[in-house]
Write a protein that binds this ligand. Structure first.
Ligand code: SF4
Length: 332
């Protein structure tokens, strides 16, 4: 259970039910008022070496921007929702590109406004829209602090149209199992080989626990997907990912295997990651490999196209072999 070292909060959160609840829940934790969750001078001045220590704090504010971004993978829109950042520290975390070393967990207490906008957009649309609500944080982790997922599922269930989806690397799903979700929620568990979880995805759930969580969610009637993400081409990648796919085949329940779908995402890395990781985790493995990576836009790196092509084939072959009846939504 996450116990913050300190709370930094915007004064107005006291006007919201969740804001009051959180201030009361953490009344024994040192608290500091801030003007804006986006600009905490004390945090900005910290060094990269303090990255993990900074993540022990909890920032609470009000989300001001509510812009939906069109998306064409699993969802129709990426939607800013109840949190950004995370208490875990995956060395490739895409949020570091947005927030740099300030990728700590921020909670936004104006959840009614955010969910209302989703519901109104959904009800007005001619087609069944899917909203990605977890592109800025990990909502299963966040739910252990705020109960926001339970609240969201309960308040979304009576809409006539639309679905919500989010990815996670956490296994604490028990609070969701007895909810009446009415098949409106698609939960996508992100997996990686155990060795990569241990060496790269600090503070997330073990592979075994993630697989158990997928089985439990399916038993509870949720639609589930599996993200093999991000695929990291360490030296023994072929062996690791072959083992992973075989393990999924062995340990996922028949119910899951009946219709689970896959998304495969190859890692994107960046100059900011190399800087922060080298100072925050000096003993960790180096994820940047100049032999197989190339520049991708400003300060970002991804695997070269010939490497991608060849390795896409590997994943297609392995998944076709062990999951012949399951859809690969995309490989990117
Ligand atoms: S669990 Fe997700 S949000 Fe949290 S550090 Fe890892 S990649 Fe980032």
């Amino acid at each position: 259970m996450f116990k913050p070292k300190a709370i930094y909060f915007e004064e107005n959160i006291e006007n919201y039910t969740l804001g009051k609840e959180l201030l009361n829940k953490y009344k024994d934790v040192p608290m500091y008022k801030i003007q804006s969750h986006n600009n905490i001078e004390e945090m900005r001045k910290k060094s990269n070496a303090d990255f993990m220590d900074m993540k022990r704090n909890l920032i609470i504010g009000i989300r001001k921007t509510h812009r939906f971004v069109p998306n064409h993978k699993i969802s129709d829109y990426l939607v800013p929702y109840t949190s950004s950042g995370c208490t875990a520290a995956c060395m490739y975390c895409y949020l570091v590109c947005n927030y740099n070393k300030c990728a700590y967990l921020r909670l936004f207490v104006n959840r009614e406004k955010m969910l209302d906008k989703i519901i109104q957009t959904s009800e007005k649309s001619d087609k069944e829209l899917v909203f990605e609500i977890g592109s800025n944080s990990d909502l299963i982790l966040e739910n252990t602090i705020t109960n926001n997922l339970v609240w969201t599922i309960e308040n979304f269930k009576n809409t006539t149209k639309g679905k919500l989806t989010f990815p996670t690397k956490f296994s604490m799903v028990d609070d969701l199992l007895n909810l009446n979700h009415r098949n409106k929620i698609i939960i996508r568990m992100s997996v990686n080989p155990e060795e990569i979880i241990n060496k790269v995805e600090f503070g997330t759930s073990r592979l075994k626990e993630r697989i158990k969580a997928i089985n439990k969610l399916k038993d509870a009637g949720y639609d589930v997907g599996i993200l093999v993400a991000p695929v990291i081409f360490v030296d023994n990648w072929k062996e690791l990912y072959t083992d992973l796919i075989q393990r999924l085949q062995k340990d996922l329940s028949n119910k899951v295997k009946k219709d689970v779908f896959f998304e495969i995402i190859f890692m994107t890395y960046s100059y900011v990651h190399t800087k922060i990781n080298s100072e925050a985790f000096p003993k960790a493995i180096n994820l940047y490999n100049k032999d197989i990576m190339t520049g991708r836009g400003k300060g970002k790196y991804w695997y070269k196209s010939d490497v991608r092509k060849e390795r896409e084939l590997f994943f297609k072959e392995q998944l076709n072999k062990y999951f012949p009846n399951n859809k690969i939504a995309y490989i990117v």
